[in-house]
Design a protein around this ligand. Structure first.
Ligand SMILES: Cc1cc2nc3c(=O)[nH]c(=O)nc-3n(C[C@H](O)[C@H](O)[C@H](O)COP(=O)(O)OP(=O)(O)OC[C@H]3O[C@@H](n4cnc5c(N)ncnc54)[C@H](O)[C@@H]3O)c2cc1C
Length: 396
């Protein structure tokens, strides 16, 4: 008998999984609460296909990013979607960053990042990015720019072509296990499935609790804000320029990204969002904020990261401070080159009771329900490989 599988969430991970399962003959139904796919993390990110530089060798991120990048490139080729290998330079501006840069290089080599090069002099850096300032860098020419919303839509077409259903504007409000099957409830429907996979991003902890999963890890919504560069100043950046990230923090730091449609944006920073879908300071959910404040991990997190928090929040509120961060890498940048704020994204970052921010992808199994508890960057890059991993490890 054909297996019926429900997927909660119409971001790139849920749709990649639905495509894989529908292609293998399962009867798939996707529930997405918005009236369009890819409205949250998938449609509000940097659009970068990571080549696997940063991740701990042997981690799920390292393995699935490497496999996912190749699968995504092939998918884009097959569908005629843009996949622009503009390349990425991770730049150490001064000597204090050389140690962390060496660690990135070491991880990149272990992770098999293709065509990686180390550059040890400012002139070498400027051959790749003529306006960059720095003393050393690693260059990843295979890092690419894509349109993740367009990719998700193309995957969704394959789901439908294979007989899968995608129910938009269907928010899952309850799930219960009954006689070995899972009952999935929305305002308009009630379905039963042999298996359900939850890929609900910023709401993954909420949906997990429907079936009695542990409240931990909770989702900490972390907003990333961008500025667009003017078309004239965009000439200062050829591909992507990244800082050496702070190894104590799971975010990559404000960077310059030449996007797939040729514009250059700067960002994202990382500030706490006051709602799960809090795309600006004025979007506040008292419930979400209160739940974060009373989470046992709140105090340890603040104790550990308050300095960085104050710095990031100040740069969010004051353009001059944001500009100062960016200008470190491109000294010719003028404040007026940051022309306007671009749409922000909110990261779904899993957060433990002890205050730790989970680094790797994480999956939970509760009976017949599989829940992606942590799928932050590079989960868009890795989406097709995450789908294979979940299907093989949890659904076979
Ligand atoms: C600022 C920012 C920059 C990033 N940059 C990159 C990058 O350059 N490269 C990269 O690889 N990754 C990047 N990421 C990470 C990447 O965007 C995410 O890892 C990826 O999109 C996760 O996909 P997803 O499908 O799990 O989540 P989402 O895209 O968030 O999708 C989850 C979906 O579930 C739906 N949902 C939630 N609850 C319910 C419910 N109860 N019922 C029905 N539907 C529900 C939501 O509406 C949503 O559509 C970035 C993320 C952010 C925020």
């Amino acid at each position: 008998m054909t297996e019926r599988v429900g997927v909660v969430g119409g971001g790139i991970v849920g749709i990649a999984l639905a495509r894989l399962l529908a292609g293998r003959g399962s009867e798939v139904t996707v529930f997405e609460k918005e009236s369009r796919l890819a409205q949250h993390q998938t449609g509000r990110n940097s659009g970068v296909v990571h080549a696997g530089l940063y991740y701990k060798p042997g981690s799920l991120k390292a393995m699935l990013c490497a496999a996912g990048r190749v699968q995504l490139r092939e998918f884009c080729e097959e569908k005629g979607l843009p996949f622009r290998e503009v390349g990425k330079l991770v730049v150490a501006v001064d000597e204090s960053e050389l140690h962390a840069l060496a660690e990135i290089e070491r991880r990149s080599i272990e992770n098999g990042v293709p065509d990686l090069a180390r550059i040890d002099d400012p002139a070498g850096l400027r051959e790749i990015e003529p306006h960059v300032a720095g003393i050393a860098a690693v260059h990843s020419p295979r890092t690419a720019a894509v349109d993740y919303s367009a990719i998700t839509e193309a995957m969704a077409q394959d789901v439908r072509a294979a007989g899968g259903r995608i129910l938009l504007a269907h928010e899952v409000t309850a799930m219960t296990s009954e006689n070995g099957r899972v009952r999935v409830v929305t305002a308009a429907t009630e379905d039963r499935f042999e298996r359900v996979v939850v890929c609900a991003g910023l709401h993954s902890d909420v949906v997990a609790r429907f079936v009695g999963a542990d409240a931990a890890p909770k989702i900490l919504p972390m907003r990333g804000e961008y500025w667009d560069m003017t078309p004239e100043s965009a000439k200062l950046v050829r591909g992507m320029i990244y800082p050496v990230p702070d190894p104590r923090f799971p975010f990559l730091g404000v960077h310059f990204t030449r996007g797939v449609y040729d514009g250059v944006h700067v960002g994202p920073n990382a500030v706490p969002a006051l709602a799960r879908e809090g795309y600006g300071w004025l979007r506040i959910s008292p419930k979400d904020t209160w739940e974060s404040l009373r989470w046992p991990g709140a105090l340890p997190l603040v104790r550990q990261h308050w300095r960085m928090g104050v710095d990031e929040i100040s740069a969010s509120l004051l353009k001059a401070l944001y500009y100062r961060k960016a200008r470190r890498f491109v000294p010719e940048l003028k404040m007026s080159d940051l022309s306007r704020r671009a749409p922000a994204g909110v990261r779904a970052q899993a957060w433990g009771r002890d205050g730790s921010l989970l680094d790797d992808f994480a999956v939970d199994q509760v009976g017949a329900v599989t829940v992606l508890r942590n799928a932050p960057s590079p989960a868009a890059t890795s989406s097709m490989a995450i789908a294979e991993y979940v299907a093989e490890k949890y659904l076979s």
